[in-house]
Write a new protein. Structure first.
Length: 289
């Protein structure tokens, strides 16, 4: 009898393992497609390029054609950013007159590339990042604008604001840059070792009074993860027989959802979520017998 009962468990577990392997294969395909998408953009988001480079490293895609092409593209972006900063140092305001949007429009993306992409491909020239940051801040001050440095986990984005902007407008712009819903988004001011959640307009006014041109450091909360055990309560309430095919299909759907929606920095985390889902379904199978 024990041997008869053991066979379905091994069969179900093999299906779970197969689902996890499919998640990994899907994620590899997604990473390759992401490389192609970034390569097709003439001016890709530096944070997205840095994220793709890190993920390629974790998934051992740097040796593939798509990985090599993205590395070469990142080197080109870095060299263009270095040239922009050096040209601004040499030409100054005369360069600004020839640049669409002024010096800030030219220096901000260059600084962002040097800060986010360059470290993934060997770094930039010594001291160049600090010089770029200083020149960007000086340009923002001259143009009467406010500089933000927003971080969400490993992602950093630079934002330039007009003077007199309200907190609600700041929240909306940050949400747009990080592709997040504005509702419920709470920004945290980071000042050295201290931090403060910005929830009132008066707080933001005090920040602007202390740093009228920035740089203002803001922490953006990470997006919530999908709860892997969200179906546990419903499973306990549901009575009756459940087929092995139904369990396998349920787990396959859950694993795919986890792999598609979790925004973890490492693909190993996603596979861990898939394994956790598989273990949950195995325990569920045992409790129904």
């Amino acid at each position: 009898i024990s041997l008869t009962q053991a066979k379905p468990k091994r069969s179900v577990w093999s299906r779970f393992s197969s689902a996890a392997a499919e998640v990994k294969a899907t994620m590899l395909l997604g990473a390759r497609l992401r490389c192609v998408q970034l390569l097709e953009k003439q001016a890709p988001d530096p944070a997205e390029v840095a994220q793709a480079l890190r993920r390629n490293q974790e998934m051992d895609l740097h040796s593939e054609d798509c990985g090599q092409a993205l590395i070469a593209h990142a080197h080109r972006l870095k060299m263009q950013a270095e040239d922009t900063v050096v040209r601004d140092e040499r030409l100054g305001s005369s360069h600004a007159r020839r640049s669409r949007g002024g010096r800030v429009a030219a220096l901000q993306p260059a600084t962002e590339v040097l800060e986010t992409v360059a470290p993934e491909v060997g770094g930039c020239q010594p001291g160049l990042l600090e010089r770029a940051q200083g020149r960007l801040q000086a340009a923002q001050e001259k143009e009467q604008k406010i500089g933000l440095r927003c971080r969400c986990g490993p992602i950093t984005r630079l934002i330039t604001l007009e003077k007199g902007v309200r907190l609600n407008d700041v929240r909306a712009l940050v949400a747009q840059r990080f592709q997040r819903p504005e509702d419920g988004l709470v920004l945290t001011l980071v000042d050295g070792q201290s931090s403060m959640a910005l929830t009132e307009e008066e707080q933001w006014r005090r920040v602007l009074k202390a740093k009228p041109f920035g740089p203002i450091e803001l922490e953006v909360p990470k997006p919530p993860r999908v709860a892997s055990g969200s179906g546990a309560a419903a499973a306990k309430k549901k009575r009756g027989k459940v087929s092995l095919a139904g369990l396998a299909a349920s787990t396959h759907s859950q694993v795919n959802r986890l792999g598609a929606t979790t925004r973890s920095e490492s693909w190993a985390d996603d596979l861990g979520n898939a394994a956790a889902a598989a273990r949950f379904q195995q325990q569920r199978l045992g409790s129904l017998r």
